[in-house]
Design a protein around this ligand. Structure first.
Ligand code: GLA
Length: 725
C-alpha cells in the first residue's frame, strides 16, 4: 500500500510484487529513488542511506543533473528534458516547485471528462496526491499516483493550478516523469503504417533523446502510445520490463533521454509540440493519465497485468464482461455498392453460418457512392435502402441477428449538405487552403454546437434503426488546426480541445445508448489506445485482414492490449490489400485468437467453405469465454521463429488453447524445438484433444511439446489449434 515515512520523508508505493519509492530532499525537491521488485526493509534502508548522502552532496555543490528526479522543472541547473514548462506573465519560463504537503486517500478522485481508470468498492486502491508549490509565482502542481497493488500498476496524472493574479501559459505538462538510475536500457516501440500497424521494434537506448510521439491529432498508425523500457535484454519470461501506456488518443509524447551519467529520464504525456494552454488566475489544467506497469519477469507478466487492468479498469459499461458477438461486416464484401437485397443476402448467409450481428459499413447515408461525398449528412440514402435504415434493421432483426452501423462522426465532406450550410465547421485557418485527405475535412470537435448537431443526428439514426452496435471510424489526421472561435492566444489549445470534444461526444452517446456495443476504428488501428478503450470496448485492429500480416499485427498489439479488444475478421481471398491467398483454416485461427468476425460476402463462397466457416463459428462460441476473458501468453514470435504460437488459459487452469502457425517452411536438417507452454497447472495432467495424448502441465512447460504436424512442416501455411483439458 502507500505509506509516508515522515522522518525520512519518503513515499513507498508497494504493489504485490513491486516498490515505487519517491523522496523529498532536504531542500524540498522531489527525487525518484526506486521502481522495481519489492524491496525488503533492509534494501530500502540502503537505498535511503545512499540517496541521503547523494542528495545532500549534490544539492549543495553540484548540478541537479546528477540526481534522479521525479517531475523535474527546467531552467536551474538540471537541463535535461523537463516534465513541464510554464511561461510566466513576465515572459520568464523558469519555475521552481517544491514539496509542501501530500495526502493518501482510498480510491481515486474524479477527474471529470476524459479517460480515467476505474476503481470499484472492492478494490484496495489508494491515491497519493503530492502538492508542490512555486512560491514566487503562486502556482501549484498536484501529482497523482493511484496504485493498483494486485496488478503492480501505478496510474499517474498531473494538475497545474494558477493561483496567481496574472495569466500564465502552459508550454508543457507531462502526466508522468521519472529518472531511472544508470542502465543499460533498451526500448521497445510499436511503429507502423496504415494496414501495417504496430511493428515491434526493440533495441538499445542510445545517448541523447528519443522522442516517440504523434503530431497528427490521433494517436496514429505511425507510433502507438505504448512503450516498454527494459533493463538489459528481456525475454517473455526474464528481465525487468517497465511499461508506459497513455490513456489518450490525440497528440502524445514519450521522451526518453539517456544522459551522460547513463541515467534515463522518461517523460510521458501530452505532446508539447504545437501546444500552449492559457491559464487565467484561478484556472487549472489536468493532464490525461499514464499507466505505468512493471514486471521483474519479462514481457509476459507485464502483458498479463496490462490485459487484466484494461479489461477490469479501463473498459467499462454493459459490454465490459459480456461475450462479444460474432459479426459479419459488409465493407470488404461490397464497399459502397450495395442495396437492401444484397445486404440481406450477406446477412442470411451469415445467419446460416452462425453469425450473431450484421454490421452495415460505410455508404448508407447522403449520396455516398464513393469516398468523396456526404460525411456529415447522417441521413439514410433511400436509393440504396428504400425501406430506410429501420426497414433494413427490422429485416436483419427478423433473421435473428443484431444490427450494427458504421459512422464517422468527426468528418465532413466538402460535398455535403452540412458543408453547404456550415462551411466554417471544419478545422481551418482563415485564408489558407483546406487540405483534404481521403477527400474529407475534419469537423472542429472543440465546438459544442457541432457536437450537439452530431449527437442529435446520430442519436436519431441509432434510435430509429434500433441499432445494437456502432463502428466509430476516423479516417484522417488533422491539418490546418485552427478556428475563428478561439482567441489568437488560445490557438495552441485546439488539438487537445478537439480530443476532449471527441471524448465528450463518445461519453454522451455511451450514456444515451448504454446497451449499444461501440467499436473504435481509425483507418484500421490508428487510434488503438487506452483512451478509446475507455469508451469503446473493442477496436478494429487493422484494415489488413491478410492472415499472415495479421499474425504480426495481433502479436505486437498483444504486448499492451488484450485479445478481447482486437477486432479480428476472416475475409475472402485473394486478400483485398495484399492480394495473397491464405488457406481458410489459417485465416480463421488468426481471427479466432481475437474478437472474432467475418468481413466478406460469404453468400458467394463455395458450399464447402461456408460449411468450414460454420464449423469455426460453432467452435469459437465454445471457446469464446477462454479467448475473450482468459490469460493470453505469447510463446513463439513471428519475427524470429520458424513458427508462431500463442495460448490462452482459463482462470482455474483447467482449460487451455494452443494456436500454432508455421510461418516459415521446414527445411531438411532444421530441428524444430518443442513449444514450451505457459500458465498451466504444473501438477495437472492435461489431455490434448484429438491427439490421444496426456501430459502433465509441468512437462508441457519445462520440456515442451511439438505437435507431430509441425515437426517437418512444409507446403502452404500449416496452422492448428489444440485444446487442452
Ligand atoms: C476505414 C475502416 C474500414 C472501413 C472504411 C470505410 O478504412 O478502417 O474498416 O470501415 O473506413 O470507409
Amino acid at each position: 500500500m502507500i505509506t509516508f515515512n515522515s522522518k525520512q520523508k519518503i513515499f513507498h508505493l508497494e504493489g504485490q510484487g513491486t516498490s515505487y519509492v519517491i523522496g523529498v530532499s532536504p531542500r524540498e525537491d522531489f527525487h525518484h529513488l526506486y521502481w522495481g521488485k519489492s524491496l525488503s526493509s533492509k534494501s530500502l534502508q540502503k537505498i535511503l542511506r545512499d540517496w541521503q548522502k547523494r542528495a545532500i552532496e549534490t544539492e549543495h555543490h553540484i548540478s541537479r543533473e546528477f540526481q534522479t528526479r521525479e517531475f523535474p522543472d527546467f531552467g536551474h541547473n538540471d537541463l535535461r528534458a523537463p516534465a513541464f514548462q510554464v511561461k510566466q506573465a513576465d515572459g520568464s519560463r523558469v519555475s521552481e516547485f517544491l514539496y509542501v504537503s501530500h495526502s493518501i486517500t482510498p480510491g481515486k478522485p474524479d477527474f471529470g471528462l476524459g479517460p480515467s481508470s476505474q476503481v470499484e468498492d472492492s478494490d484496495q486502491v489508494q491515491t497519493l496526491r503530492i502538492n508542490l508549490v512555486d512560491k514566487l509565482k503562486k502556482q501549484e502542481l498536484e501529482l497523482y499516483y493511484t496504485l493498483y497493488p494486485q496488478r503492480n500498476i501505478v496510474v499517474r496524472r498531473t494538475i497545474l493550478r494558477n493561483k496567481d493574479a496574472k495569466p500564465i501559459s502552459l508550454l508543457k505538462l507531462m502526466s508522468s516523469s521519472l529518472d531511472f538510475a544508470p542502465g543499460p536500457y533498451r526500448l521497445v516501440r510499436f511503429p507502423g503504417a496504415w494496414a501495417n500497424e504496430r511493428k515491434m521494434v526493440e533495441g538499445p537506448l542510445l545517448p541523447g533523446t528519443t522522442r516517440l510521439e504523434s503530431r497528427r491529432g490521433i494517436s496514429s498508425h505511425e507510433m502507438n502510445p505504448f512503450t516498454m523500457v527494459t533493463r538489459g535484454e528481456a525475454t517473455e519470461e526474464k528481465g525487468e520490463v517497465y511499461g508506459f501506456a497513455l490513456a489518450y488518443s490525440g497528440n502524445w509524447l514519450m521522451e526518453a533521454e539517456l544522459f551522460r551519467t547513463g541515467g534515463l529520464r522518461l517523460n510521458a504525456g501530452l505532446n508539447d509540440f504545437d501546444f500552449e494552454w492559457q491559464l487565467k488566475p484561478g484556472e487549472n489544467f489536468t493532464t490525461p493519465e499514464c499507466v505505468l506497469a512493471y514486471s521483474p519477469n519479462g514481457y509476459s507478466q507485464l502483458s498479463l497485468d496490462l490485459h487484466h487492468f484494461t479489461r477490469e479498469k479501463v473498459i467499462r459499461g454493459t459490454w465490459q464482461y459480456k461475450p462479444r458477438p460474432i459479426l459479419i461486416n459488409n465493407w470488404e464484401a461490397t464497399y459502397f455498392k450495395f442495396n437492401h437485397d444484397k445486404l440481406m443476402k450477406i446477412a442470411k448467409a451469415g445467419k446460416e453460418a452462425g453469425i450473431e450481428l450484421f454490421v452495415l459499413d460505410d455508404g448508407w447515408f447522403g449520396k455516398r457512392d464513393n469516398d468523396t461525398t456526404s460525411l456529415g449528412d447522417w441521413f439514410v440514402d433511400k436509393r440504396k435502402l428504400p425501406k430506410g435504415l429501420r426497414g433494413l434493421s427490422d429485416d436483419i432483426h427478423g433473421l435473428g441477428l443484431k444490427f450494427g452501423l458504421w459512422i464517422e462522426p468527426e468528418m465532413i465532406s466538402p460535398q455535403s449538405q452540412l458543408y453547404k450550410k456550415h462551411p466554417d465547421w471544419c478545422l481551418h485557418v482563415p485564408g489558407r487552403k483546406r487540405r483534404m485527405a481521403r477527400s474529407q475535412l475534419v469537423l472542429d470537435m472543440s465546438r459544442p454546437e457541432i457536437r450537439d448537431y452530431l449527437f442529435d443526428t446520430i442519436s436519431k439514426a441509432l434510435e430509429e434503426a434500433r441499432v445494437d452496435y456502432v463502428k466509430w471510424d476516423m479516417n484522417r489526421s488533422l491539418s490546418e488546426v485552427g478556428n475563428r472561435v478561439l482567441s489568437p492566444q488560445k490557438q495552441g489549445e485546439l488539438y487537445h480541445r478537439y480530443m476532449m470534444g471527441v471524448y465528450d461526444l463518445m461519453d454522451r452517446l455511451n450514456r444515451r445508448f448504454p446497451r449499444v456495443l461501440f467499436e473504435g476504428c481509425s483507418g484500421g488501428g490508428a487510434r488503438f489506445d487506452l483512451g478509446v478503450l475507455s469508451y469503446h470496448p473493442q477496436i478494429w485492429t487493422s484494415d489488413n485482414t491478410d492472415g499472415l500480416e495479421r499474425l504480426f499485427i495481433q502479436y505486437a498489439t498483444s504486448f499492451a492490449y488484450p485479445p478481447i479488444a482486437m477486432g479480428a475478421h476472416i475475409s475472402s481471398v485473394p486478400n483485398h490489400i495484399t492480394h495473397r491467398s491464405i488457406p481458410l483454416k489459417w485465416r480463421a485461427l488468426v481471427a479466432m485468437s481475437g474478437n472474432f468476425g467475418v468481413e466478406a460476402d460469404i453468400s458467394k463462397w463455395s458450399p464447402r467453405d461456408r460449411k468450414e466457416l460454420a464449423g469455426y463459428i460453432r467452435f469459437y462460441k465454445e471457446i469464446r469465454p477462454l479467448v475473450q476473458f482468459g490469460d493470453f501468453y505469447r510463446l513463439e514470435s513471428p519475427y524470429n521463429s520458424l513458427q508462431t504460437s500463442w495460448m490462452f488459459v482459463n482462470k482455474t487452469q483447467t482449460e487451455a488453447l494452443l494456436f500454432v502457425f508455421q510461418v516459415k517452411p521446414w527445411t531438411k536438417g532444421t530441428k524444430v524445438p518443442p513449444i514450451k507452454l505457459r500458465g498451466l497447472n504444473p501438477s495437472k495432467t492435461y489431455e490434448i484433444k484429438g491427439e490421444k495424448l496426456k501430459i502433465s502441465g509441468k512437462k508441457m512447460m519445462k520440456v515442451g511439446w511439438l505437435p507431430k504436424a509441425f515437426r517437418t512442416a512444409r507446403g502452404n501455411y500449416h496452422s492448428s489449434l489444440y485444446r487442452l483439458i
